[in-house]
Design a protein around this ligand. Structure first.
Ligand code: DX5
Ligand code: ZN
Length: 222
């Protein structure tokens, strides 16, 4: 299945509720949390997450670009997050962190920065609902897609297939009409898109177009 995940990092913060309502056809909403330490930028926190949760029934993916993610899981679960995607670079024991998310009653995912290899983590993929490959350096929207990370997507796809796992593969950064097909061909299931959706005149149409392009690239699969 293909999931299109608009990132509200690219939304109009003065009209956030309005912008979220512009993408009722999105499969989930991607919420980028930045702490100014793990990444050189600040975004928003639990209160804004709660406000977003209050205007939609859509599934909320929490992309936690923060240090000590374990400390914050309960807060973001409370705020309405449905899946905690933390960075392996920010934790000493990613498997324990993932289990902690599931114990809190939400889904778990881990993300890897562009320079982080995937091999050391392959054996643990079955413990997670999603693995997300960053295709830009985390911290800012609107950056250029890095095709060189697709090798990691293919390694994940092969591993997931060989082991019969149901973990989904996500990609985040620089996804747009011009880049989504190559990511879909490599095996991505969940596509985060910030500027390509909220920078468009019609965000819902942008979501549909991305979905069509991903489906075509996957040979018509949903
Ligand atoms: C970057 C964020 C992304 C960002 C993507 O650190 O994790 O989710 O919003 O934005 P675009 O789609 O504009 O690259
Ligand atoms: Zn993100």
């Amino acid at each position: 299945m293909i999931y299109i995940a608009p990132s509200i990092l690219a939304a109009d913060y003065a009209n956030l509720g309005n912008d979220v309502r512009k993408v009722p056809n999105a499969d989930l909403i991607h919420v980028d949390i930045m702490d100014g330490h793990f990444v050189p930028n600040l975004s928003f926190g639990p209160d804004v997450t709660k406000a977003v949760d209050g205007v939609t029934d859509q599934f909320l993916d929490m992309h936690l670009m923060i240090e000590d993610p374990e400390r914050w899981f309960p807060t973001y679960v409370q705020a309405g997050g449905d899946r905690m995607i933390f960075h392996v670079e920010a934790t000493r024991d990613h498997v324990a962190a993932g289990r902690q998310c599931r114990e809190l009653g939400v889904q778990s995912g881990f993300a890897v920065k562009p320079g982080t290899p995937i091999e050391p983590y392959l054996d643990s993929v079955g413990e997670f609902d999603q693995v997300m490959v960053m295709s830009v350096e985390p911290g800012f929207g609107g950056q250029k897609f890095m095709p060189e990370v697709l090798g990691k997507v293919m390694a994940l796809r092969d591993h997931i297939k060989a082991e019969g796992l149901d973990t989904i593969i996500g990609i985040d950064g620089g996804i747009a009409n011009a880049t989504i097909a190559q990511a879909a061909e490599a095996g991505v299931d969940a596509f985060v898109a910030g500027s390509a959706v909220f920078g468009a005149d019609n965000p819902a149409e942008a979501v549909e177009r991305l979905r069509e392009l991903a489906q075509e690239a996957r040979g018509g699969a949903n």
